[in-house]
Design a protein around this ligand. Sequence first.
Ligand code: HAM
Length: 433
Amino acid sequence: MEINLPKGTHDVLLDEARGYDRIETVFKAAADLYGFNEFRTPIIEHTELFVRSVGDSSDIVRKEMYTFKDKGDRSITLRPELTAGIMRSIVNNKLYATQDLPLKAYYVGPAFRYERPQLGRYRQFNQFGVEAVGVTSTLSDAEVIMLGYNAFKMLGFEDILLKINTLGDEASRNAYREALKTYFASHLDTMCEDCKVRYEVNPLRILDCKVPEDQAIVEGAPKMSDYLSMEAKEKFDQILALLDAFGIPYEIDEALVRGLDYYSHVVFEYHYTTKKGVNVGAMGAGGHYDNLIADLGGPALSGVGFACGIERVYALLKDDELLVDTQENTDFYVMPLGEAALQDGFMIASALRAAGYRTEVCLENKNFKTMFKRAERKGSRFALIIGEDEVKTETVTLKNLTTQEQSKVAYGELIEKADELFDLEEEHHHHEE
Ligand code: HAM
């Protein structure tokens, strides 16, 4: 009997794997442009880490974590996001004392949430993210928001919708929370069960309610912007002014409250709708945090970051056919006919690979028709045909699969010929990879 995948997980294969690789490469290149360094932290962490950071009023900690006791009776959790682990590692390694600020980390890897699987929502998914820690200036916030925006552009997205909001400082938020409590108290009995729990643990989260019957009540709620301190409003305005100055369009969304507890001040999400109208929710999201490092035993340092969901980004890129250059593209496909030719072809292929050319040999005994089909599927630019005659004369028949041109090349001159065929620029590209 076959064994199926656990619900909410998926295999990433072939085209999709190449797509993920492309997304990660582009995001890494963007992060690199901004001076971020890679952090690789464990997938398992002590449960307490997420309780203290993501927060015990978040849906994630309340009901979505993969938590288990290990054989040493410790409570361990598969990370539901990567920010907490990065913060823990900054504190554990005292990086704020040895490295320049802001500390700039980027990361990529799987995260786990026990959510109801649906379009763009998995139980194991992959995130790419960045965190900049230790500089309070709103320039740091703007830098991270711009990094994300530019990375999505580099991937080929046009018309990215940047939704942005501010949750203010703690005092602003406390005042607002009280106002929400007063407002919702008189409506609560008609609202959904989730909202009743949210009312107790964090009334801000009610603004996130998606239940249609609750929308009219939610829309009538007091607005955060009316409860912002002068300082909080100023900070938000500074960020918006920077985005304006750099021509980055945004939409202020006062209902944007985010599902994790650690945010204060600016929060944002990147959205995109494909030409066919597909929308998978936020393809990336993040915000500013003030207490994460301190709550984990470090000094009082603020930070800002975002993470994108690679599954979602891939789905959107694919739907808009923005992944055209991720097909397989072999340089040479070697087609031997017969045992002696196979021996020679194998040798020729290893010489080409050593010179940096992507080369594949047909290792099965197939006819030319089949081998040409395979070469095409591999996106090969050239075929190297080796039959009985070729073996005798130690030459190959080189066929350009685009122009169909054919010529004979002696075994010993093949590398030289290959270098000639791939112009200098491309050759350079090759050897770098
Ligand atoms: P988040 O909004 O929970 O934030 O997740 C960030 C992104 O991960 C989402 O916008 C979405 O694209 C993707 N994502 C989340 N859950 C799933 C899922 N179940 N399936 C597929 N994709 C998903 C965070 O995780 C924060 N750590 C972001 C951050 C970094 N804030 C500050 N620094």
